[in-house]
Write a protein that binds this ligand. Structure first.
Ligand code: NAD
Ligand code: ZN
Length: 250
């Protein structure tokens, strides 16, 4: 199976990767299901919504600060690094992620397309103010602040620059992802349950336009029925073996 996947990758002309929370599990970032009960018995689906933020912004910010703190300690793993290497080899043309953890960029991937935003960015709920707390070096200060965070420009509440349940995806990112999917002759799907739309259309588009689908997941997902090769394995282990074989083939 790994051999077959390696051959498909080495032979591809325009491969893309599509990743979900599972690729970061071995970095210590829990998947969405993993978050259940991990934080004060709240389900993330009840906290990551515009309604929850309206009702209790303090609770939602407390949850996000806890997550930011967890994620900032996480390091990219073998799977993130292997994707960067595939990109450097010229095989992988783009990485499209549903993750907000910034680990693809940390691993050196050049321009990951973030469909669900980035947890290290904040934005104003009224004006177009945005801030990347990693870039401005204000992360510690931000996390330590007890009051609700406010926009330095207009004083309105700041919110995490991530996509919540029920919200549309950033238009530029999803359009670019769909364009890449139409062009791709192979998609490497890693660690996603494949049930969150419209992101889950990406592997379907590749398949419908005649491309191959390679999936890596220890469990079956919504993508498994259309996978040409299904590697039932953790992301780190599978990608380590895969990259080793691809290196030998090219
Ligand atoms: P999901 O939690 O729905 O699914 C995770 C998938 O990863 C599952 O299919 C699971 O079997 C698989 N998995 C678990 N461990 C794995 C491993 N070691 N290697 C490979 N696969 C593994 O997550 P999703 O599909 O990304 O979609 C749900 C939403 O969760 C997204 O919108 C995303 O924004 C959000 N989310 C992001 C993060 C993050 O940034 N890391 C974390 C949690 C949730
Ligand atoms: Zn503002």
């Amino acid at each position: 199976m790994i051999e077959e996947a390696a051959k498909l990758l080495a032979r591809s002309r325009f491969a893309i990767a599509f990743t979900g929370a599972g690729i970061s599990a071995e970095s210590g970032v829990p998947t969405f299901r993993g978050f259940n009960g991990l934080w004060k018995k709240h389900r993330p689906e009840e906290l990551a919504t515009p309604e929850a933020f309206k009702r209790d912004p303090y609770l939602v910010w407390e949850f996000y600060k806890w997550r930011i703190d967890l994620i900032r300690k996480a390091k990219p793993n073998k799977a993130h690094r292997a994707l960067t290497e595939l990109e450097e080899m010229g095989i992988l043309k783009a990485v499209i992620t549903q993750n907000v953890d910034d680990l693809h960029r940390e691993a050196g991937t050049r321009n990951p397309i973030e469909l669900h935003g980035n947890i290290f960015r904040v934005r104003c709920t009224s004006c177009d103010y945005r801030e990347d707390l990693k870039e401005t070096g204000r992360l510690d200060e931000f996390l330590a602040q007890k009051d609700l965070p406010r926009c330095p420009r207009c004083g309105s509440l700041l919110r995490p620059d991530v996509v919540w349940f029920g919200e549309p995806l950033p238009r530029k990112a999803i359009e670019e992802a769909f364009r890449l999917a139409e062009r791709a002759d192979l998609v490497l799907v890693i660690g996603t349950s494949g049930v969150v739309y419209p992101a889950a259309y990406i592997p379907q588009i590749v398949k419908e336009t005649g491309g191959k689908v390679i999936e890596i997941n220890p469990d079956e997902s919504g993508i498994t029925p259309i996978a040409d090769v299904f590697l039932r394995c953790s992301a780190g282990e599978a990608m380590e073996k895969l990259i080793e074989r691809v290196r030998r083939l090219i």
